[in-house]
Design a protein around this ligand. Structure first.
Ligand code: ASP
Length: 339
């Protein structure tokens, strides 16, 4: 009898020997593999990608490479959109979302609304590798992490607490919270998140998306990042895609799945990312209704990359960065609407 585990193993053995799609027309070629990509430019890209590239370039494991890179932002208290130091929900509690997907067996794992654990992508990896489930949320995800020896810690840094408090005190002039006198308040709800995608020297593909989600969200809200096919999707025959920005738009378009399927049908990663941005604008009734942003990055199995966002200030193209045999590079994508 074939149970689920042996079935997955059989499929991955077939996939490893018989890739079905090779018609991708990206800008760089297979000779660039291995390659590791993240959805940020020079500011974060280099430090995020260093540990992952170190592993990939020494023929280490693909999953170790993307996990170690994702952990860099998760553990850094300066980043207010991912892991430790992320902005909290409306009650001042940090709730993290993350997902991971591995091309060779098409397996995946994710956690959502996870409290008290600095590295949700590592927990998502354990869900994928050590359980028969894909998605574990809330207290269950925390208990699962504890069972694996993760420490429960306070994730709300002083920096994030002060930003949150300012937001809370400024929500309304009809409640009992007075804003501080020196009020230089910026009421933009910042977005962030990070996608890390990679192809190893075997041309196997994997990815991670990790985030603290929308700042000041309703407790329990889950964004696109931990939902397979929305904030992340990987197909070993085609490549990978990951999203950041307003998760609700990515959820209702199955954004990352959409991008990978566009690539399967012959679009380059760049064209595929642009197609998703256009679709989001279209379903919202056109550019006049866009008061949010989304950004999508994609990596072809052949090492080609793409990146597009919905709106940016003039000249401020969305960026991704990558590390390959040719060193660290920053890639500038395109945007649809000029702010
Ligand atoms: N996509 C994330 C979410 O909606 C937020 C972000 O990328 O900043 O949870």
């Amino acid at each position: 009898m074939t149970n689920r585990r042996t079935f997955i193993k059989k499929i991955s053995a077939i996939g490893a020997t018989a890739p079905l799609v090779t018609n991708l027309k990206g800008e760089s070629s297979k000779k660039d593999n291995p390659i590791i990509v993240c959805s940020r430019g020079e500011d974060w890209g280099e430090k995020v990608l260093i540990p992952g590239w170190e592993i990939l370039s020494n023929n280490g494991k693909l999953l170790d490479a993307i996990e170690k890179s994702a952990n860099v932002t998760e553990l850094d208290p300066e980043d207010t959109s991912v892991g430790f130091g992320g902005l909290p929900n409306e009650h001042g509690i940090v709730q993290l979302d993350a997902s991971i997907m591995y091309g060779p067996n098409h397996n995946c794992g994710s956690v959502a609304c996870l409290e008290g654990i600095k590295t949700p992508s590592s927990v998502a990896r354990l869900v994928m590798e050590r359980t028969d489930h894909i998605h574990i949320v809330g207290k269950g995800a925390q208990n699962f992490a504890k069972a694996h020896g993760f420490k429960i810690e306070n994730l709300l840094t002083e920096k994030a607490r002060k930003i949150w408090l300012r937001w809370k005190e400024n929500i309304s002039d009809k409640d009992d919270w007075f804003p501080p006198k020196d009020n230089s308040y910026n009421n933009e709800r910042s977005t962030g998140t990070i996608n890390v995608l990679a192809v190893d020297s075997n041309s196997d593909v994997a990815g991670i998306t990790t985030t603290s989600g929308l700042a000041y969200k309703i407790p329990g809200r889950i964004g696109d990042s931990p939902i397979i096919g929305a904030g992340l999707y990987v197909d070993n025959e085609v490549g990978a895609a990951g999203a950041t920005g307003r998760g609700e738009e990515i959820l209702r378009t199955c954004g990352s799945f959409f991008v990978v399927e566009q690539m399967r049908n012959g679009k380059t990663p760049q064209e595929a990312c642009e197609a998703l941005c256009k679709k989001i604008v279209d379903i919202n009734g056109g550019t006049k209704n866009i008061d949010f942003n989304d950004k999508i990055v994609a990596l072809g199995k052949d090492g080609s990359v793409g990146c597009a966002s919905i709106k940016e200030k003039k000249g401020n193209e969305p960026k991704l960065s990558y590390w390959s045999k040719n060193g660290f590079k920053v890639y500038r994508g395109t945007y649809l609407i000029e702010e």
